[in-house]
Design a binder for this molecule. Structure first.
Ligand code: ADP
Ligand code: LRH
Length: 480
């Protein structure tokens, strides 16, 4: 029996899941063991992740998964929990959409100018980068009492195994890693008064991460020993690893709560033009660089659906497909859409402010969101190629957004390139494949991708219409 099974814990901002991957010679399949909602909670002092409910979902999922050969964990980036000297969690992890980082970047830049920060870390400006979160937390009692900082997947791994580490691909989103050396940026941290001793030692995808503790085995009904394997613990790193590209000339868009659109490169792009375009250099598997832009993504639609009390998504998308394209667009890269709440009204305001027709019906608002996302995808794919001098022939879309056919088709139209959509559960597949590779079942990244291309259902979309209309729509967003 040369098949093995792996549990992939994958926590997205909208849902968590435990998937079971079965890998053997030329074979890869994935099934869902358990899915649970990820519902942040607003408490008087701000927006928090419900980490205990997520951990309960992980335990339920491992129980549902049954006996596996290893477990891997990935989640959204940048956020963390703090532990005291006894190893107890100090408070609920703060959500990256919390307002505590407002105005903090300007304080940081007064010490280290933005251009210097980019040169040292290659990270785009986003208010929620861990660096800014830690600066916002500077004089809190919680940080003063903290002995250890664990990023979200590392925190869950610590609870499952009792062992603490800091996984590198996710660490690269803290803005405290130098993307050239792939080590901590000690000088930068020192200048900003950030104590790197808070972080557990770095570990890399493929490294062992301990074993499920006896208590966890008892809770989940599994028989030990069950090893935990370090994967690309940043969900986007795992998703990029599972892009089923057959050559090198591809761009990817990981679509879920966010759209992460860009390229896989061998080295970071740290030019001033790249900084001005707000492209980020996050780390991927095997020393690769994920050169990409964060776009608001399906968050815009999720927030509308929440406000509308969750109408049927399929029906809404069918209605949106009937609306003429590009009547109004908003800048889906604009951080003004970061916070939760009032999304339909905020989108209407943005259309009004740029002198475009204000979408009224739910179908019109949905169409405006999807047109806007396709437009932002187009711009990111075009600019990444130019800034990195890396031309592409195809755009791969992975993640939950691949289930949205209208979005995939509009992205093909806007980019003027064929789109290959799938797999939807790319992060879980990347997670599984890194575990399988650690056990010698698959080879290098290219062979992982070939295996995906052969085994996963993919759908191809050819570009339609005239890409020039998208160029013209872009101009509506660039304020004179
Ligand atoms: P995350 O990992 O950030 O939580 P996912 O990759 O799970 O996000 O993607 C979730 C998104 O996928 C949803 O917000 C929704 O827009 C889209 N989606 C999921 N299922 C469908 C579907 N059946 N039809 C259209 N869109 C879907
Ligand atoms: C997507 C994601 C993205 C980050 C954001 C915080 O889930 O990890 O890559 O920028 O969440």
């Amino acid at each position: 029996e040369r098949h093995k099974t792996f549990a992939a814990v994958d926590l997205g901002a909208s849902s968590g899941r435990v998937m079971v991957g079965r890998v053997g010679p030329g074979a890869l399949d994935l099934t869902e063991a358990h899915r649970f909602p990820n519902r942040p909670v607003r408490v008087p002092d701000g927006l928090r992740w419900d980490i205990l409910s997520l951990y309960a979902g992980v335990l339920d999922g491992l129980r549902a998964a049954g006996q596996v050969d290893s477990v891997g964990i990935d989640s959204w980036a940048v956020d963390y929990g703090l532990l005291d000297a006894d190893g107890a969690l100090l408070g609920n992890p703060v959500h990256y959409r919390d307002t505590r980082t407002e105005g903090v970047a300007e304080q940081v830049w007064a010490t280290v100018p933005a251009a210097e920060l980019y040169a040292a870390t290659g990270l785009q400006y986003a208010p929620f980068n861990t660096l800014y979160q830690l600066t916002a937390a500077r004089s809190t009692a919680q940080l003063a009492h903290a002995e250890r900082l664990l990023l979200i997947p590392d925190l869950l791994a610590y609870w499952l195994t009792g062992e603490a580490g800091t996984e590198l691909t996710n660490a690269s989103t803290t803005q405290l890693i130098d993307p050239r050396t792939r080590e901590w940026a000690h000088d930068l941290a020192g200048r900003l008064g950030i104590d790197l001793k808070l972080f557990a030692p770095l570990r890399r995808p493929g490294d062992p991460a301990g074993h499920l503790t006896p208590r966890v085995l008892e809770e989940t009904g599994l028989a030990g020993p069950v090893p935990v394997t370090t994967v690309g613990s940043h969900d986007t790193a795992s998703a990029v690893a599972a892009v089923p590209a057959v050559g090198e000339r591809f761009a990817y868009i990981c679509t879920g709560t966010w759209s992460l659109a860009g390229l896989e490169l061998a080295a970071p792009v740290l030019t001033e033009a790249s900084r001005a375009a707000n492209f980020t250099n996050e780390l991927g598997l095997d020393g690769t660089v994920r050169y990409l832009r964060n776009i608001m993504g399906l968050w815009l639609l999720q927030e509308c659906l929440r406000e509308w009390d969750h109408p049927d998504l399929g029906e809404l998308l069918r209605a949106a497909a009937e609306i003429p394209s590009l009547r109004s667009v908003v800048d889906a890269g604009d951080a003004a859409f970061l916070a939760p709440g009032r999304m339909p009204a905020r989108i209407a305001d943005a259309c009004r402010a740029s002198g475009q027709p204000v979408p009224g019906s739910r179908a019109e608002i949905t169409r405006c969101i999807l047109d806007s996302l396709a437009l932002a995808h187009r711009r990111a794919v075009a600019e990444a190629q130019e800034l990195a001098d890396h031309p592409v022939d195809v755009v791969h879309i992975v993640g939950g957004g691949t289930r949205n056919e209208l979005l995939c088709q509009l992205t093909a139209d806007a980019c003027g390139l064929p789109v290959v959509a799938g797999p939807a559960e790319a992060a879980a597949l990347g997670n599984v494949l890194v575990q399988a590779r650690a056990q010698g079942l698959v080879g290098d990244r290219a062979s992982m991708r070939r295996l995906l291309a052969r085994t996963q259902p993919l759908r191809r979309y050819e570009p339609r219409g005239d890409a020039a209309v998208w160029r013209a729509a872009q101009d509506r967003l660039i304020r004179p």
